[in-house]
Design a protein around this ligand. Structure first.
Ligand code: PEP
Ligand code: MG
Length: 551
């Protein structure tokens, strides 16, 4: 038995086999071949396999995200069958007498460069697609498929680190737990683990060599340890713990359908945070009263092009309809910093967390913003949608957003397109500036939702991604708690509601304090809803305040 320790980001026990997640960033080598026809036939086999993979991906995507978003996989299949592309690969193999991998990679580069230099915007957009399909064929030829979980049964993913764009590609049904060598507790991989309610540990000094792949292991998310090839005793003890956890979960099940009301009659809404529509099953299972944070940027991260209005509309409509009249708060695009999508071509920045991100991108490139607003507004005719803007620092920004929103509404009006005319608009409070301006901002918007992840980072001047600073990253810092109270008070002063959608909202050590501060809503990972409901049901807020000397 080998034991590796790290830092826990989500508790729980997972028992299963290890799957090493490798990025496989291998270089394609140019190799001379003698059997040219054999190489051409290898290429055709790989191409057919790629088409088959894409057809499966298309079916999966239609079910999960709808027809419009799935179309890209159909387009990729057609590109692989393009006569010019095939001729080019065959020519390179024949004339240069080289391996298929090299010929495909060369063709991919040449075609993508040709597309990138075209005047027409549509064709320029195809450059990334050609690269993508070529990489798929190369990976098949090399027998290395990155980002794919090579298993039929759920596994423990062990990786160096996972970028948000990588986690969106993983098949969530095949993941028992995440164990990463790097990564921080506030990273989006950690957030994903919490959303899925699966044990996860980071900062684990575990070797990523192939000998680890397929070995039996136990992840104890409470202790922050992974036991590889566990002894009989450890296995028995952890199985017992696993069974106890299941019992606790069952107890919480009994809280499903109950209202979130304290012993002295104070109510609070418990909403869920989601990254994409696949999380909806968990939202319903955990009996959320609504969705308090739909991180819409994950739609952008999961795409290789700017998601079109119809692609986005299909997703938002699906979420609104699935929630059947319960509130769905869609946070507009929060890309930048740790969430990068290549096609945005964002400039390199020395300090990306303090850079061009979130609402700043939307206000700099209003055409992207308008597409998103149009699709959200159109979807608002199919359920109860609210819009929330991230990273706000000033009243002027809110006014600028309102002006863009008014233009979009006018356009829809002129086109006779239905939307919710009273759609609720709120902002995230995640910068100290927004806290200080909360009184003025409250007059402009319908609600506040505090993003404590960023608010902690910007208040304490600590990069939330920096693993070595984790001991300093303290969301319980009195400065943060004081800010939370200031924000609720400002909202209430102007008859608006206030919630928390950062990770701190799920911290059960503070649930009573949040109730005492008067929060109207907490939006948390789906798996945290019922444990928080339990505390709400057991709390007498008036008594708690007396006990703590709070007014
Ligand atoms: C936050 O900053 O607390 C938040 C909820 O937004 P994100 O974690 O997506 O930056
Ligand atoms: Mg944030």
């Amino acid at each position: 038995m080998e034991i590796f320790a790290g830092k826990s980001v989500f508790g729980g026990i997972a028992i299963g086999r290890i799957s090493i997640y490798s990025k496989n960033e291998q270089q394609v080598k140019r190799i001379k071949v003698t059997d040219v026809e054999g190489e051409i036939s290898r290429y055709h086999k790989a191409k057919d396999m790629a088409i088959e993979q894409l057809s499966k991906l298309y079916d999966k995507a239609v079910k999960e995200v709808g027809e419009a978003s799935a179309e890209i996989f159909e387009a990729h299949q057609m590109m692989l069958e393009d006569g010019d592309y095939i001729d080019s690969v065959e020519n390179i193999i024949r004339t240069q007498e080289v391996n298929a991998e090299y010929a495909v990679a060369m063709t991919g580069d040449n075609f993508s460069e040709m597309f990138a230099n075209m005047d027409d915007e549509y064709f320029r957009g195809r450059a990334a697609d050609v690269k993508d399909i070529s990489e798929r064929v190369v990976k098949i030829l090399m027998g290395t498929e990155s980002g794919k979980i090579e298993s039929d049964e759920p596994v423990i993913i062990v990786a160096d680190d996972l970028a948000p764009s990588e986690t969106v590609q993983l098949d969530k049904d095949l993941i028992l737990s995440f164990v990463t060598v790097h990564g921080s507790a506030n990273s989006h991989t950690a957030i994903l683990a919490k959303t899925m309610s699966i044990p996860a540990i980071i900062g684990v000094n575990i070797p990523l060599d192939p000998s680890m792949d397929g070995r039996m292991a136990i992840v104890d998310g409470f202790e922050g340890k992974i036991y590889v090839d566990p002894s009989e005793e450890v296995l028995a003890a952890k199985k017992k713990l696993f069974a106890e956890e299941q019992d606790k979960k069952q107890l919480l099940e009994q809280l499903r359908g109950k209202e979130n009301i304290t012993l002295d009659g104070q109510r609070i809404n418990l909403y869920a945070n989601i990254g994409n529509s696949k999380d909806l099953a968990l939202v319903l299972k955990n009996d959320a009263n609504g969705i308090g944070l739909f991180r819409s940027e994950f739609i952008y991260l999961g795409s290789d092009h700017y998601p079109t209005e119809s692609e986005q509309f299909a997703i938002y409509k699906h979420v609104a309809e699935t929630m059947a009249g319960k509130k769905v708060i869609i946070r507009t695009l929060d890309i930048g910093a740790d969430k990068q999508a290549d096609y945005f071509e964002l400039p390199h920045e020395e300090n990306p967390a303090l850079g061009l991100r979130a609402i700043r991108i939307c206000l700099t490139r209003p055409e992207i913003f308008k597409t998103q607003l149009r699709s959200i507004l159109r979807a608002s005719a199919f359920g109860k949608i609210s819009i929330m803007y991230p990273m706000i620092i000033s009243v002027d920004e809110v006014r600028e957003i309102k002006a863009i929103m008014a233009e979009v509404k006018e356009e829809l009006e002129a086109e006779g397109v239905a939307y919710d005319k009273n759609i609720e608009e709120g902002i995230m409070i995640e910068t100290p500036a927004a806290v200080m301006m909360a009184d003025e901002l409250a007059k402009e918007v319908d609600f506040f939702s505090i993003g404590t992840n960023d608010l902690t980072q910007y208040t304490l001047a600590i990069d939330r991604q920096n693993q070595s600073l984790e001991k300093f990253y303290d969301p319980h810092h009195p400065a943060i708690l004081k800010m939370l109270k200031m924000v609720v008070d400002s909202a209430h002063k102007y008859g608006k509601w206030a919630g928390i959608c950062g990770e701190l909202g799920a911290d059960t050590e503070l649930t009573k304090d949040f109730l005492a501060m008067g929060f109207d809503e907490l939006s948390v990972s789906p798996g945290r809803i019922l444990p928080i409901r339990k505390i709400v049901l057991e709390t007498n807020v008036a008594e708690y305040k007396k006990e703590k000397g709070l007014q």
